[in-house]
Design a binder for this molecule. Structure first.
Ligand code: UDX
Length: 461
């Protein structure tokens, strides 16, 4: 099918490239000229595992093109995916101006019937507004050309390509049979496994069949916000448990591990630490809460989730102050800047906020990250960035581990301990073993995990 993708950010690039890999003809557009120039030069403006290969194959096969001209992208398309940003406004509500803008552009250039699909995360009832805007601005073209659908994405940054090809569920919110038919057609290659999987070679493992859910547009919109908010809620719950464990001497990992064995709870998203960040969870929780407020529904639960999450940074700073006594002029090394591993995204990253707070307290910060240094440099002036984590640790009074990159587990911690002026390690992601770190000579702190080596009985599975 001929498809247009409007917006070449994380969601648009993954969606466009993967749908082209699946056999569709995709033209993607963005109003950021530099971004399109980068893409046309065969480079990716973001870091996303496996996306470069998918994009390259699709471009080589002539199924994926990039243009700055929205009319060119939209003109021949049978269906259009809107993948523009919906950043938070000051009020916490989603800023829908980019969606409104795109609706006007589509309406201005369309002369044949089209399905317009919301892929961007939007509050419930946006579909209705979108349809109205399209039909009002497109009235000169002579009639209601537009059908609207919602098709929320559940892509995690870092594993987005794998998530696209192997989704747990595909949700489509539609109002008519033709839209459902078209969306089924668009996703047929994914459901039937007809694509070259960049994640699994030589073949994808046999797994569960993907659920294809057809709902109303409002339900589809709600499913996205409800899912992300619930994930944030789970993390916040684990974080409060960690605080309780610190007071009572329990170990949050033992508690959440046992909790997660109950299939009604599940083991994921119960890792305590510095809390959640990124461009989705924090803003989606805020927007969902504001949406509830606006419609007279008390969702204090979400307000609390937001508050608990913000407090994680205060709590880390409290640990830093308590250990260092005076923070001013202390040399502090920071390991990890991205909001989570396997991405260079630093938007709403807890690590970035921690560095800002350290700067405000006049600490001397040196920071590293396997891939996010360039993005962090743009938002953290006055910080020394060093690629080598050992050099970050050298001569430091404290080292803070802020992003759970797997490679940090493999570091030569003995060497790091020796190189530091004071071997103070605060593991804000609960990645390392308290007993091992203490045995190496570190003053080690984390969230809600005592040193298990001091226990008299330890039963392991
Ligand atoms: C999220 C959703 O998971 C995805 O389905 C949606 O479509 C987009 O938003 P993403 O923003 O990539 O994906 O991040 P996610 O993997 O959900 O992690 C969010 C944050 O939570 C990260 O900062 C991570 O470090 C933190 N986290 C995650 C925890 O603190 N504890 C956990 O147990 C899990």
């Amino acid at each position: 099918m001929r498809l247009a993708v409007i917006g070449c950010g994380y969601v648009g690039l993954v969606t466009g490239s993967c749908l082209a890999e699946a056999g569709h003809d995709v033209v993607a557009t963005d109003n950021d000229l530099a971004r399109i120039a980068t893409l046309n030069a065969g480079r990716l403006p973001i870091y996303e595992t496996g996306l470069d290969g998918v994009m390259e194959r699709a471009r080589a096969a002539g199924r994926l093109r990039f243009t700055t001209d929205c009319a060119e992208a939209v003109g021949a398309a049978e269906a259009i995916f809107i993948c523009v940003g919906t950043p938070p406004l000051e009020s916490g509500e989603a800023d829908l101006s980019a969606i409104d803008n795109v609706a006007q552009q589509i309406a201005a250039v369309t002369r044949s019937p089209k399905l317009v699909i919301e892929k961007s995360t939007v509050p419930a009832q946006t579909g209705e507004q979108l349809r109205r805007a399209l039909n009002v601005y497109g009235r000169d073209a002579g009639g209601s050309f537009f059908r609207v659908a919602s098709n929320p994405e559940f892509l995690r940054e870092g594993t987005a390509v794998g998530d696209f090809f192997h989704p747990d569920r595909i949700v489509i919110g539609v109002e008519d049979q033709e839209s459902e038919r078209q969306l089924r057609e668009i996703y047929r290659p994914i459901l039937e496994g007809r694509f070259h999987c960049p994640v699994h070679q030589p073949a994808c493992p046999a797994g569960r069949a993907t659920a294809f859910l057809v709902t109303t547009i409002a339900s589809a919109e709600l499913i996205k916000h409800a899912s992300n908010s619930f994930l944030g809620l789970k993390i916040a719950y684990a974080n409060v448990l960690a605080d309780l464990c610190e007071r009572l001497g329990g170990d949050v990992e033992e508690v959440t591990r046992a909790m997660g064995m109950d299939p009604r709870i599940g083991p994921q998203f119960l890792n305590a630490g510095l809390g959640f960040g990124g461009f989705c969870l924090p803003k989606d929780i805020q927007a969902f809460n504001r949406l509830a407020e606006r419609h007279g529904v008390d969702f204090t639960l979400l307000k609390e989730t937001e508050r608990i999450n913000k407090c994680r940074i205060d709590q880390l700073m409290e640990k830093v102050r308590k250990a260092l006594w005076v923070v001013k002029e202390k040399k502090i090394g920071v390991l990890g800047l991205a909001f989570k591993p396997n991405t260079d995204d630093v938007r709403f990253a807890p690590a970035i906020e921690v560095v800002r707070r350290l700067q405000a307290e006049r600490a001397v910060v040196r920071a590293t990250d396997p891939v996010a240094i360039e993005k962090a440099r743009a938002v953290l002036p006055g910080i020394e960035f060093i690629e080598d984590p050992y050099r970050v640790a050298r001569g430091a009074d404290a080292l803070l581990l802020l992003t759970e990159w797997a490679e940090y587990r493999q570091l030569d911690w003995k060497r790091i301990c020796k190189e530091m002026a004071r071997p103070l390690l605060i593991d804000a992601r609960n990645m390392l073993s308290p007993a091992e770190m203490k045995a190496l000579g570190f003053e080690y702190d984390c969230f809600g995990r005592p040193d298990l080596s001091v226990r008299t009985t330890l039963v392991t599975a």
